[in-house]
Design a binder for this molecule. Sequence first.
Ligand code: FNR
Length: 181
Amino acid sequence: MASQVTILGVAGSLRKQSYNKGALRAAQGLVPPGAKLEIFDIAGIPGFNQDEEKSPPPKVIELKSRIRAAGAILLCTPEYNYSIPGVLKNAIDWASRPYGDSAWNGKPVAIMGASVGAFGTMRAQYHLRQCFVFLNMEAVLQPEVAIAGAADMFDAEGNLTDAKAKELISQLLKNLVAKAR
Ligand code: FNR
């Protein structure tokens, strides 16, 4: 039997009613058999300071250990000003340091995102893919999951309702788990 794969999901928004947090919750119900998706909330991680990278704050220690315990990573992020939200980039930077001790190294990763705009976070997603080169993370290329016009894709409780988006997330998770195995 294939081994169990734990996916660590991280949302790039701190907002309580975040569409991206909603999409991650939806993904938890769409993981293929033999896998589970745990969510790590990056709220409370202070701004990165290289002076502190060798004695990072407790939340960063926890993030690094959760990344290391996971077989795969799923990032679900909005785009801010056509790029990666600062809170997500900040978490990525913390967990990549100090040099030679990056928790991300070699991890398979998939990206998805929801935005109220028409391009569904694709610009942030491409910027993340650029980071994966230096982080040595193996990114799933297809399908690209970009939930545009998010206000119409979620219900009042922030749950993803769009069938096509759910189908794409299922396929993305299948491909991520296959890569992790
Ligand atoms: C945005 N938003 C946005 N949307 C977009 O499609 N392209 C963009 O470049 C931006 N830029 C941007 C910058 C900042 C600072 C904010 C706060 C918002 C809108 C964004 O898609 C919307 O706020 C989403 O609801 C954010 O995702 P969450 O918080 O719902 O997950």
